[in-house]
Design a protein around this ligand. Structure first.
Ligand SMILES: [Zn+2]
Length: 311
């Protein structure tokens, strides 16, 4: 039987948590927690979330969810804040010192390259003393520090966070760590080492087979580096408004690299990654799935899309 991990995104709904530098703790914590949960599932763990949406859940309820499901491990995800803008870095809070807290703190620092604030005992924190299983509360970085905040806005940084935590969970339970697709750390390395070689060797598929609400279609897209990229036009055909504003430099059109772009979904700004190739902007379908636009699955080389707008 696989281990059950309870992933707890801090705050939510009417409780924003810390706010600063244009972002809210509740939003970043949720994004990071969902990435963490998805990656844990990929590794074969069972996962329950205390919340998977922007919803208020009180602290007692969070503990009850973990306890009544007999979770093996409780991971609470938070963003730190301080009155001094100088304060920055990553810390792991726990009820009492333990090896998992040490491992996760070490792996986070190694991967995120943030300031190491260490493992701290906090017997006063409700989710740490109200949960019956091993529990940690991770403060990824400081929302009040401009450098930390700019990292927290990056999807790749949160991917790195998820990878570091999952690696630690695997180590704790003695399971081999497979790891996820390239994120910030590996992308940086590849840029230096393999940029020229990559263009020659990477397998690139230009049309992608898609099962759209059960109907098979071949759409214009891009498959490279293990990722499916679709033209913004295709996303528009699905009935969504995808926008980018060249004047405000929301999409930069200079290099073949992945960048964060803002996507306007029903009038609201969201973030996603975009890649420019051959003069077209491609959007990661995976990112759009995270925005709740549709469900996505990938099996035997076929992408299954269940569009909530078309069905
Ligand atoms: Zn918090």
């Amino acid at each position: 039987m696989g281990k059950l991990i309870c992933v707890d995104a801090g705050h939510g709904g009417t409780d924003s948590g810390a706010v600063g530098n244009g972002i809210k703790e509740k939003d970043i914590a949720l994004k990071a927690a969902l990435k963490l949960g998805e990656l844990l599932k990929k590794q074969g763990f069972n996962v329950i979330f205390t919340r998977a949406a922007d919803k208020f859940i009180n602290l007692g309820e969070r503990c009850r969810i973990a306890n009544s499901n007999a979770a093996d491990l409780f991971i609470s995800v938070h963003i730190n804040s301080a009155s001094s803008v100088q304060a920055r870095g990553t810390e792991t809070l726990c009820y009492s010192q333990n090896s998992f807290a040490e491992i996760v703190q070490k792996n986070l620092i190694e991967r995120l390259k943030t300031k190491d604030r260490g493992v701290k005992e906090r017997k006063d924190l409700y989710v740490l003393n109200g949960t019956k299983m091993l529990a940690v509360l991770l403060e990824i970085a400081f929302i009040s520090n401009p450098q930390d905040a700019s990292l927290l806005k990056k999807d790749l940084f949160l991917d790195d966070f998820a990878n570091a935590v999952v690696k630690s969970v695997c180590k704790h339970f003695g399971v081999g760590f497979v790891g996820d697709e390239k994120s910030q750390e590996s992308v940086k390395k590849d840029d230096v080492k393999q940029e020229s070689a990559k263009k020659e060797t990477v397998e690139v598929k230009k049309n992608i087979d898609v099962l759209l609400n059960g109907k098979k279609e071949t759409v214009s897209g891009y498959f490279a580096d293990g990722k499916n990229l679709f033209t913004a036009d295709f996303i528009r055909e699905l009935g969504f408004k995808v926008g980018y504003d060249k004047n405000t430099k929301v999409v930069t059109l200079d290099n073949d690299d992945v960048r964060d772009i803002k996507i306007i979904v029903d009038g609201k700004e969201k973030e996603a990654a975009s890649v420019l190739r051959n003069g077209f902007n491609y959007v990661l379908l995976r990112d759009l799935e995270k925005l709740g636009l549709f469900d996505l699955d990938y099996k035997d080389g076929v992408v299954y899309i269940n569009s909530k707008k078309m069905s």
